[in-house]
Design a protein around this ligand. Structure first.
Ligand SMILES: Cc1cc2nc3c(=O)[nH]c(=O)nc-3n(C[C@H](O)[C@H](O)[C@H](O)COP(=O)(O)O)c2cc1C
Length: 181
């Protein structure tokens, strides 16, 4: 094992929110946020719905970069359109060109070893989804205190704030807070 994701505070069995950067067949970079589950110190799993740019690029090329950042602007760009080129850099690994977020706290290069297509049921609807497993070939850490984003912790903080205000709001707001909690 050459790579150990725990060096970037990413532990086996945990899921983190990250931004995937891929390059399409015309050479254009795409960036979008996804949940990344750590299945071994050097292996990750993603569940990606069918129909987007990232899954197309991954199916075409079998590779991607996972960027670790807490920058809300990067997550906003990546969710609404893509990240503008001025925030991105290119690197060469094993004669392949990859793109990453220039100021990411860390990023790692992934090569897909398995894609399984199927239906994924969540609280919105049943959709075609792909379960992707990939080896991590190289990890680059840029920040001494890299902390990957964990959506559950943000949701918990929001719930605790709502809970702490439950006795000072009106009934409608209480019901709204309880539904959110
Ligand atoms: C924080 C966050 C996490 C997300 N995680 C996933 C995920 O795990 N799987 C998925 O299919 N979409 C996920 N999405 C939605 C995709 O990012 C979204 O569909 C995006 O538009 C795909 O972009 P693309 O077409 O450029 O690939 C997530 C979105 C956000 C904001």
């Amino acid at each position: 094992m050459n790579v150990d994701l725990s060096k970037a505070s990413m532990n086996v069995g945990q899921q983190y929110e990250a931004i995937l950067t891929t390059i399409n067949n015309e050479g254009k970079t795409n960036a979008a946020p996804f949940g990344v589950r750590i299945i071994e110190e050097d292996k990750v799993m993603l569940k990606i719905f069918e129909g987007g740019n990232t899954i197309k690029n991954i199916k075409d090329n079998g590779e991607f970069i996972v960027n670790i950042t807490n920058d809300p602007i990067m997550f906003s760009y990546a969710t609404t359109t893509s990240i503008p080129d001025e925030y991105l850099s290119r690197i060469n690994y094993d004669d392949h060109e990859f793109a990453h977020i220039s100021n990411a706290d860390a990023y790692f290069i992934c090569k897909v070893y398995s894609i399984k297509e199927g239906m994924r049921k969540d609280n919105i609807k049943d959709s075609e989804a792909n379960v992707i497993k990939a080896d991590v070939l190289e990890l680059k850490i840029n920040s001494p205190c890299v902390r990957p984003m964990n959506r559950g912790i943000h949701a918990l903080m929001e719930s605790l704030v709502n809970y702490s205000r439950i006795n000072i709001v009106d009934k409608d707001t209480q019901d709204f807070f309880y539904r959110k909690i």
